[in-house]
Design a protein around this ligand. Sequence first.
Ligand code: RP5
Length: 175
Amino acid sequence: MNNQPPSIDESSPAPIIALIMGSQSDWETMHHAADVLSALQIPYETRIISAHRTPKRLYDYVGSLVSKGFKAVIAGAGGAAHLPGMSAAITRLPVFGVPVQSKALNGMDSLLSIVQMPAGIPVGTLAIGRAGAINAALLSAAILANNDDDLAERLDQWRQRQTADVQDQPDTLPR
Ligand code: RP5
């Protein structure tokens, strides 16, 4: 399990996915998206950006993504989770929102904050928690694969491996 943000390697290709989160505490969920992006060899960049605590960082960073060649944003946040929606307000890039499971309301607050966007500013909202983080990465990959045959091949292989890993019958449990 990758529990540390990846170190920046200047020799790696320029990032095309911005993987942002509202707090260090979100990394426990969002590293699952990072793991999938790494497995599919999609270059990404991670940032902690809070819509509430660091609004200037949000405007500066998300506002610069198009000119830097990024293709999509994955944004994870919990509670009053305004990061995905505000990111979508700032950039025309597709934004995928991951509701982080909150302590107080189990992530329902995060989910509703992210999914209930007003018409005109879309956020593609995924499931609460780990599943949402993984699927945000896979959805980003699926979109990028439309214009990248090598990535399409890697994504097909990833899906075939997943299918092959499902056993026909359950293991017997110890009684
Ligand atoms: C949100 O508040 C973050 O996205 C996080 O999920 C939540 C709690 O943040 P911390 O208090 O753990 O920094 O902004």
